[in-house]
Ligand binder design. Structure first.
Ligand SMILES: CC(C)(COP(=O)(O)OP(=O)(O)OC[C@H]1O[C@@H](n2cnc3c(N)ncnc32)[C@H](O)[C@@H]1OP(=O)(O)O)[C@@H](O)C(=O)NCCC(=O)NCCS
Length: 151
C-alpha cells in the first residue's frame, strides 16, 4: 500500500472511497470545495485502487480532521491509523499544536481508533448529526495534542 498526499487528479478517487465508507458520501466537487479552502490538505492510500483518504485543515496553530474514510474491504489493516499518523505529522509541520475532530457518539470503530491514537474527549455537540427521520445524534469533540503526541 502507498500513502501519499492527494492532488487534484485524485478528486474522483477520494470521492469513490468516501462514498464506499459513508451514505451519502461526498462527490468529487464537494471534496474539491473543501480541499480548496485555506490550510486544507488531503492524503490518500492506494492498494490496487484507492482504499483510504483523510481530509484536514491546518490553520492558525490548530488542525481539524474534516473527514476520514476507509473502504469496507480494506478495514482493520491499519489504513486509518497510518492516515491519522501522517495527517498529524503534516499538521504539526504546518505549525499546528493540536488536532481536533468530531465523531458521532455511536461510531464505535472511529472512537476506538481515535482513543488508541491518543485523542482525548474535549466536548460534546448535541444533535450534531442528522440521520434523517427526525433522528439526531450527538458528536464527541476529540483533541490530539501534537506537541506531546506519540506519532
Ligand atoms: C473508522 C475507520 C476509518 C477505521 O478504519 P480502519 O482502517 O479499519 O482502522 P485501522 O485498521 O487503522 O484501525 C486502527 C485501530 O483502531 C481501532 N479500530 C478500528 N476499527 C475498529 C472496529 N471496527 N472495532 C474496534 N476497534 C477498531 C483498533 O484499535 C484498531 O487497531 P487493531 O486493528 O490493531 O485492533 C473505518 O471503519 C471507516 O472508514 N468507517 C466509516 C467512516 C467513518 O466512520 N469515519 C470516521 C468518521 S469521524
Amino acid at each position: 500500500m502507498i500513502l501519499r498526499p492527494a492532488v487534484e487528479a485524485d478528486l474522483e478517487a477520494l470521492s469513490i472511497v468516501h462514498r464506499r465508507a459513508f451514505t451519502p458520501g461526498w462527490s468529487a466537487d464537494e471534496i474539491a470545495d473543501l480541499a480548496s479552502g485555506p490550510g486544507a490538505f488531503g492524503l490518500i492510500v492506494e492498494a490496487e485502487g484507492p482504499v483510504g483518504m483523510i481530509l484536514c485543515r491546518a490553520l492558525a496553530g490548530e488542525a481539524e480532521v474534516l473527514t476520514l474514510a476507509v473502504d469496507p474491504d480494506a478495514r482493520r489493516q491499519g489504513v486509518a491509523r497510518a492516515l491519522v499518523v501522517a495527517a498529524a505529522a503534516a499538521a504539526k509541520a504546518a505549525g499546528a499544536d493540536a488536532m481536533f475532530l468530531e465523531v458521532a457518539v455511536d461510531n464505535d470503530p472511529a472512537l476506538a481508533l481515535y482513543d488508541v491514537q491518543g485523542f482525548v474527549r474535549a466536548g460534546r455537540r448535541p444533535s450534531y448529526y442528522d440521520r434523517g427521520g427526525g433522528i439526531y445524534v450527538d458528536a464527541v469533540v476529540m483533541r490530539l495534542d501534537l506537541g506531546g503526541a506519540a506519532l
